[in-house]
Design a protein around this ligand. Structure first.
Ligand code: NOJ
Length: 561
């Protein structure tokens, strides 16, 4: 039995959907989305076809970083509901074939967390060592400051003790000393707690910032701690509790550094990580209408052991970070997709969603999602992408892309019965207002983006081989066309062609050695069949901003369904 024919390693064939409870659906008309609302919309998610729901933080929080500042890792924020509501959501999702994973922040707490409130009181206070202190103010490398609009140092003075505490993010988010056995014990207990409540794993926040001895002051250098070893221990622990638990890591680093977080040869670290490098290269390729940047990234993308997986995404809840591009390349993307200063953030990213970046061009929008879903790896959607929601630039900072889900065309977008002024955040107006962009209209229109995305999801589910495959990038002409092969162990092969330019192109590409009589079968558009030359060469027309998913059909293969 081949493993890929079973439901083994579920994350490899998952379709992940990220949602923030407070902006998804409001069940009690107070203007704030809640867990009961989320549960009511499980049917919707099942209809869309997703198989894994990633919830942004739901814990009690002063919400100075939209929930990534946590005061109780075991709790549910009162605005969102109760533990009972949470369990009901997980149960309902499971009944519809959807797993739930939770955002988990092990790097820091809120400064309002009782541990930090205690720790800051005196140098020998309980929980003092659960955070990272220095008697003098260490130098900050500006590169280490994650939010340079608000912070200029990663060390903050605590006036009561005259010592400085470490905070890679905002100063109200003190870094935890994850080397401390007490902290590790609490992290384990918390993960174990949520696993008992039925979650299938965690999205691990801010991984590269976890305590690293050579990045803290000299008086900490004696601490022997390897964050990757620690993550491997966490993995061992969670999979002991729930055998197929997922750790999906946020590790925005160049590939060679990122690879090490997957663990050793048998993948004993994080089992899935977002592919930030390919995502950033894709935007450069789109800006240039030249496939080479994304081809380069895919060629450099490290091969993984069979249990590990890349997560493909084009947008998430943060700014579109372009920090792995050179200054000039980043400027090209800014010029193309976010020229106004108000659209940019931290000098490294764009606080926009995709449709507005592409000037509302539906063809290009479909092109981008076709690329994302055709890539080997697991696709991850951010709520609202399936209907082409845009940002509201009037909402400050990164929150511009976290406006309420647009379900219907009334002023509160069907998100809530409360009036618009009471909503979690104001929705965009104009071209992308709920009146024009909403779920209800698109579900009734089979030509809509919603149906297009739903079809891509259906294809992913029809061809789980895509999730099990690895990527190869053959030489292609012309440059505006991205050609990639998804290949699975047993010879299953799909060629994907994406034309990043508006002019149609005759593509010359080779799928490699094939059996005589093999053809390529168009899965996405017209189900046409195309002959493959003896040497594997193919010539195919792809229209401007067009896309094709072509399944290799060898003589003797069963006909494609
Ligand atoms: C990464 C999260 O994606 C971001 O939203 C958050 O502000 C930081 N980590 C800090 O938790």
């Amino acid at each position: 039995m081949r493993m890929s024919q079973t439901g083994d390693l579920w994350w490899k064939t998952a379709v992940v959907y990220c949602a923030d409870v407070q902006t998804f659906y409001d069940s009690d008309s107070d203007g704030i989305g809640d867990l009961r609302g989320m549960t009511e919309q499980v049917e919707y998610l099942a209809d869309l076809g997703i198989t894994c729901l990633w919830l942004m933080p739901i814990y009690p929080t002063p919400s100075k970083d939209d929930g990534y500042d946590i005061t109780d890792f075991y709790g549910v924020d009162r605005r969102l509901g109760t533990h009972g509501d949470f369990v009901e959501l997980v149960r309902t999702a499971r009944a519809h074939g959807i797993r739930v994973i939770l955002d988990f922040v092990m790097n820091h707490t809120s400064d309002q967390h009782p541990w930090f409130k205690s720790a800051r009181r005196s140098t020998d206070a309980p929980f003092r060592d659960w955070f990272v202190w220095s008697p003098t103010k260490p130098k900050t490398n500006p590169k280490d400051v994650v939010f340079p609009d608000k912070e200029d140092s990663i060390w903050e003075l605590e006036p009561k003790t005259g010592e400085y505490y470490l905070h890679h993010f905002y100063k109200h988010q003190p870094d935890l000393n994850v080397t401390h056995p007490g902290v590790q014990e609490e992290i384990a207990r918390t993960l174990g707690f949520w696993l008992e409540l039925g979650v299938s794993g965690f999205r691990v926040d801010a991984v590269p910032f976890l305590f690293t001895p050579d990045r803290v002051p000299a008086d900490h250098h004696h601490i022997r701690f390897d964050p990757k070893r620690y993550l491997a221990d966490v993995r061992k622990y969670v999979t002991r509790r729930v055998g197929d638990a997922l750790l999906l890591g946020e590790v925005n680093l160049p590939y060679k550094d990122q690879k090490t977080y997957f663990g050793g040869a048998d993948g004993d670290g994080l089992n899935m990580q977002f592919d930030f490098a390919a995502m950033q290269a894709l935007y450069l390729a789109l800006a240039r209408e030249d496939a080479r940047p994304i081809e380069g990234a895919l060629r450099r993308r490290p091969a993984l052991d069979v249990t590990s997986q890349w997560a493909n995404f084009v947008r998430n809840h943060d700014e579109l970070t372009l920090d792995q591009l050179t200054d000039e390349e980043r400027q090209e993307v800014f010029d193309a997709f976010g020229p106004e200063p108000g659209m940019q953030l931290f000098g490294r990213g764009l606080r926009r969603r995709l449709p507005s970046m592409l000037g509302g061009d539906g063809r290009r929008l479909r092109l981008v999602y076709s690329i994302m879903f055709s890539l080997p790896g697991t696709p991850v959607l951010f709520y609202g992408e399936e209907i082409g929601m845009a940002e509201n630039l009037d909402v400050p900072g990164r929150l511009s892309v976290r406006t309420p889900m647009q379900w219907g065309d009334d002023p509160s977008g069907g998100f809530s019965d409360a009036p618009p002024r009471k909503l979690t955040r104001p929705m965009p107006d104009g071209l992308y207002s709920p009146e024009r962009v909403n779920v209800a209209n698109q579900r009734h229109d089979q030509d809509s983006l919603w149906w297009f995305i739903r079809n891509l999801i259906r294809l992913r589910r029809q061809y789980p081989q895509l999730g099990w495959s690895t990527v190869e990038v053959p030489r292609t002409k012309p440059r505006s066309v991205l050609a990639h092969l998804a290949k699975e162990e047993d010879g299953w092969t799909m060629l994907a062609l994406h034309n990043l330019a508006p002019e149609s192109a005759l593509v010359d590409v080779s799928v490699g050695e094939v059996e005589p009589g093999s053809t390529l079968y168009d899965l996405l558009n017209d189900r046409s069949e195309h002959p493959v030359g003896k040497d594997g060469s193919v010539q195919i027309e792809v229209e401007g901003y067009g896309y094709r998913w072509l399944l290799l059909h060898r003589p003797g293969d069963r006909p494609p369904q």
